[in-house]
Ligand binder design. Structure first.
Ligand SMILES: Nc1nc2c(ncn2[C@@H]2O[C@H](COP(=O)(O)OP(=O)(O)O)[C@@H](O)[C@H]2O)c(=O)[nH]1
Ligand SMILES: Nc1ncnc2c1ncn2[C@@H]1O[C@H](COP(=O)(O)OP(=O)(O)O)[C@@H](O)[C@H]1O
Length: 206
């Protein structure tokens, strides 16, 4: 009996669009997906926890992980490294469970090269003005960083065509429902493919 691998889902989009918010709301409802916790060199923010929000590491430790090929992808984003530990993703998919990544655009494009069979979802802001408001309201950035993040956002939006799905994050609940529909629909697709394989096998075996 061939064991089916899990599906890799990648939620990406510009900083401030609401990736973290949508992902957290999704995980309050969905216990089937496995969230891959990223590694970062950025300082821990108040309210965050090591091993829950991120694995916080020094630049030297992060670079060691890169050299040892321990990251599935990584990106330098507004002065800090962010990356996805490879082992967790590969082992979880292998065990048949779905993995969910929430990462920025450069990293998502690297994942697409290694895992073209993954499902790539672009979270889109209702407008650039609203994106700016969200970054400012979050209150985690200085004025200079807000400007940097908005400039990055404009470039990231250009990459949208490389994704399988686009979800506008107007209301969190609506965006979560759309992501859940994508997950369900991808499962149906794979079930259909599995059934086709089964038919071929049965025909061959007579
Ligand atoms: N490439 C990559 N990006 C990540 C990873 N983890 C988080 N990010 C992204 O890095 C960006 C900055 O994250 P963070 O500093 O937590 O700020 P925030 O998500 O904007 O609150 C966001 O766009 C995250 O989605 C990762 O493992 N790899
Ligand atoms: N649908 C939404 N409507 C209004 N505000 C939102 C929505 N989604 C997220 N936000 C707010 O926007 C800010 C940025 O969200 P966050 O999840 O940190 O974005 P990202 O992870 O993409 O950088 C936060 O203050 C969050 O509460």
């Amino acid at each position: 009996m061939i064991k089916e691998k899990g599906i890799l889902f990648v939620l990406s989009g510009p900083s401030g669009v609401g990736k973290g918010t949508v992902r957290k709301a999704l995980f309050e409802k969905d216990t089937e997906l496995k969230y891959s916790i990223s590694m970062t060199t950025r300082p821990i923010r108040s309210g965050e926890q090591e091993g829950m929000d991120y694995f916080y590491r020094s630049k030297q430790e992060f670079e060691q992980m890169i050299r040892n090929n321990k990251l599935l992808e990584y990106a330098e984003y507004v002065g800090n490294y962010y990356g996805t530990p490879r082992d967790y993703v590969e082992e979880t998919l292998e065990s048949g469970k779905d993995v969910f990544l929430e990462i920025e655009v450069q990293g998502a494009l690297q994942v697409k090269e290694n895992f073209p069979e993954g499902v790539f979802i672009f979270l889109f802001p209702p407008s650039l003005d609203e994106l700016k408001n969200r970054i400012i309201n979050r209150g985690t950035e200085t004025e200079d960083l807000v400007r940097n993040r908005l400039l990055a956002a404009k470039e990231e939006i250009e990459m949208m065509d490389a994704y399988d799905y686009v979800v506008v994050n107007d209301e969190v609940e609506t965006a979560v429902k759309k992501v859940q529909s994508i997950v369900r629909s991808e499962h149906c697709k794979r079930e259909r493919v599995a059934k086709q394989y089964k038919k071929i096998l049965e025909a061959e075996l007579g």
